[in-house]
Write a protein that binds this ligand. Sequence first.
Ligand SMILES: Cc1cc2nc3c(=O)[nH]c(=O)nc-3n(C[C@H](O)[C@H](O)[C@H](O)COP(=O)(O)OP(=O)(O)OC[C@H]3O[C@@H](n4cnc5c(N)ncnc54)[C@H](O)[C@@H]3O)c2cc1C
Length: 354
Amino acid sequence: MRGSTFHAPTLDLLDGIGAAKAMIGQGIVAPRMQYRSRNQGIIADFDFGVLSDVTRHPFRLQCEQFKLTRILHSMLTDKPGFSIRFDARVAGCTDHGDAVEVLLENGEKITGSYVIGADGARSPIRKSSNIEFEGFTWPERFLVLSTPFDFATLIPGLADVSYYADPEEWFFLLKVPGVWRAMFPVPAEVEDEETMTDDYARARFARIVQGRDDYPIRHRTLYRVHQRVAKTFRQGRVMLAGDAAHINNPLGGMGLNGGVHDAFNLAGKLAQVWHGEGGEELLDLYDRQRRGVTVEHVQRQTIANKQNLEAKEPEAQRAFRERMADTAADPAKAHAYLMGVSMINGLRRAAEIR
Ligand SMILES: Cc1cc2nc3c(=O)[nH]c(=O)nc-3n(C[C@H](O)[C@H](O)[C@H](O)COP(=O)(O)OP(=O)(O)OC[C@H]3O[C@@H](n4cnc5c(N)ncnc54)[C@H](O)[C@@H]3O)c2cc1C
């Protein structure tokens, strides 16, 4: 399941190619987002409706990534020139200067003008191009437990997207079609196998509502969490996009959205180069724009999101809670804050980079 949050400007982009309506039809429109604490209840309640002056989709859409992939696939199948091959693992690529050759694990070679490595965090395209993946890995892992139990029946006023700040163990609750996803940090010293046990799940669930730990579990998944950005998003005839180019912790739901923003930016420029309407320097502009905002906005914001939720010092906790409460209570401040959270600022900044 992994990515399941689509932000407003991503929906605006997808709407431009006719994909947003089907997504919205298969997802949950979440108009609000909350910060909460276990002892204080709601710290701040944000309404994405304040963004209706800058987006046609002033909400978060909770919809699993695989649904978008299927929608895009069905839109493409009858387009001339489109083909997709499953069961064809890529081993790497070689840039020959005038063409690029992709090697499949079965030994087959495919030659083309360009290759876009959108092959995930372990990207063989990135690795075989010797592009460094700079950054770090957090010591803790994240455990996602999905349950069909409806937390809104137990927690009054619970928003579909709710982050709980807590000095002992922060967590977040996210509603997606059919289940709630609860995500918890797992300390480095806990073995992977232990996190998959019912006892471990119950101890995590017990933190959500006192006296309850018995929610049925539909999925349990443990993730390693990284903050890494490729040294370049373009090297010769090789381009990187999505997790192949950048990975971050999932607090704020920015990884998949950033990948879609990469795709729109790159596709537009590559089409211009292909049709002879622009030179290859446009591909370097893709790197400057998308890598630039990935470092300036996405990495910075997701690291701050994690640090705010896990803050242990009473002073830091108090400052975060007061700042969020004050921001949510003032429509102008809430507007400015949600412009960053929903990644509108990031896209605008990318467009300014020359
Ligand atoms: C718990 C969790 C929750 C998250 N929630 C959100 C969220 O709500 N919103 C958000 O924006 N982001 C979220 N993310 C991040 C998001 O999941 C990723 O950013 C997103 O999935 C990246 O998409 P991608 O297509 O670039 O890479 P992937 O989804 O990893 O896809 C890579 C593709 O390449 C293929 N591939 C890999 N290797 C090869 C090979 N050798 N040959 C051929 N094909 C290959 C794979 O089969 C796959 O189809 C979350 C991440 C986690 C861990």
